[in-house]
Every structure is written in structure tokens, then in C-alpha cells.
Design a protein around this ligand. Structure first.
Ligand code: COA
Length: 177
């Protein structure tokens, strides 16, 4: 698993000893609120199992998940490509940033690096992502990677017992920055 460096961030593997901080950051209700695969409440066991699962999926080539760290190694979030599909050369981009680090451009910076990695190193042709309609900040991050809005998936997910409309975005290799 490579390490990617951007102007302010280091993107590398999650380590088992990140579990306590993953639980604290991903355990915030604001993170579960606009994602579909992060449980809430989020126990330490979830974090431990999730870190191990990411390691296995990376070995199998099914996904690649990067811890987003500042230069002093402080963990600020996660970004990755999942459902890597070698037949159709595509994958899904996903990310979260710890609540105390929002609004600093870290998601944009990390997402751009991972999209570039997907095209240049994984040889993907298409990278797509979804966000809930009521989460426009994620849409801004996706647009900043060169993604275009492809459609609206009505009531695609159920969150906190309510169906939610989801926007589908994608960028093609030829369109990447
Ligand atoms: C979405 C998320 C990753 C954004 O992280 P971030 O580091 O704050 O994002 P950035 O600072 O890089 O950029 C946020 C962009 O959204 C914009 N934004 C923030 N709140 C907004 C709002 N309510 N409406 C519209 N745009 C908004 C910001 O202005 C910025 O856009 P700009 O750079 O064009 O000005 C973060 O809020 C998060 O982790 N949310 C919970 C998990 C999640 O939703 N993940 C994405 C699932 S698809």
C-alpha cells in the first residue's frame, strides 16, 4: 500500500493503534448522519474490525483505504476507493473528515490525490461517488475532483429510518485534472 503526499497531508495505511482515534472521530453523530456504512453508536470493536477489514481488502485488491494525516501524523479522516472492479476499471470514492477538521479543504485535497492515484496507479477508467442530497459539502468536494453530476437516485438509502435521495457523481480518466 503506497503513501501519497499532498501539500498538507500524508495518506497512508490505517494501523491497529489508530482504533481509539478512529472510534472517536468516526463515532461522532455528524459522520454517521451522512454516510451509510458507519454504524452509530460506533464502538471500539467496530474500529478495530474496520481497520483489519481494510487491510484484508487492500491485500485482495478490492479496496484501498487511506488514513488522512497531518504532517505531525495527527489523524484527521479517511479516504478510499472501494468496489474496485477490474472488469470495468471503475471504483467508488468515499471519505470522511473528523468534525473538528471540517472546512479546511482537507477533503478536497485528499480526494484529489486519491482520484489521481486511481487513474494513474490503479489504471481505472471511471471513479464514481454518491452523496445524500442534504449533504452539499460532499458534492462540492466531488466537483472539485472533476466529477460531474450524473443523476439523482430517488430514495436510494434509508438513514435513521427515513429514505433519502442520493446524487451520483463520476469522473472519467480522460477528464481527470
Ligand atoms: C463532507 C466532508 C468530507 C467535507 O469535509 P471538509 O474537509 O470540511 O471539506 P472541504 O473543506 O475540503 O470542502 C468542503 C466544501 O463544501 C462546502 N460546504 C461546506 N458546507 C456546505 C453547505 N452546507 N452547503 C454547501 N457547501 C458547503 C465548502 O465551502 C467547501 O467548498 P469550497 O471548497 O468550494 O468552498 C465532511 O463534512 C464529512 O466528513 N462529513 C461526514 C461524512 C460524509 O458526509 N462523507 C461524504 C459521504 S459522500
Amino acid at each position: 500500500m503506497p503513501t501519497l503526499r499532498t501539500a498538507r497531508l500524508i495518506l497512508g495505511p490505517f494501523e491497529p493503534n489508530d482504533a481509539v482515534e478512529v472510534q472517536r472521530l468516526a463515532g461522532a453523530r455528524e459522520i454517521a448522519d451522512t454516510t451509510v456504512s458507519i454504524p452509530h453508536p460506533y464502538e471500539l470493536d467496530h474500529a478495530v474490525a474496520w481497520i483489519e477489514q481494510q487491510r484484508k481488502e487492500s491485500v485482495r485488491g478490492r479496496s484501498v483505504t487511506f488514513a488522512i494525516r497531518l504532517s505531525d501524523r495527527t489523524l484527521v479522516g479517511s479516504v478510499g476507493l472501494r468496489d474496485i472492479d477490474p472488469e470495468h476499471c471503475q471504483a467508488e470514492l468515499g471519505f470522511w473528515i473528523g468534525r473538528e477538521w471540517w472546512g479546511k479543504g482537507y477533503a478536497r485535497e485528499a480526494a484529489a490525490a486519491v482520484v489521481r492515484f486511481g487513474f494513474e496507479i490503479l489504471g481505472l477508467n471511471r471513479i464514481y461517488a454518491h452523496h445524500m442530497v442534504r449533504n452539499p459539502a460532499a458534492g462540492r468536494v466531488l466537483e472539485s475532483t472533476g466529477m460531474q453530476r450524473e443523476g439523482l437516485l430517488r430514495q436510494r438509502v434509508r438513514k435513521w429510518g427515513r429514505y433519502e435521495d442520493v446524487v451520483l457523481y463520476a469522473v472519467l480518466r480522460d477528464e481527470g485534472d
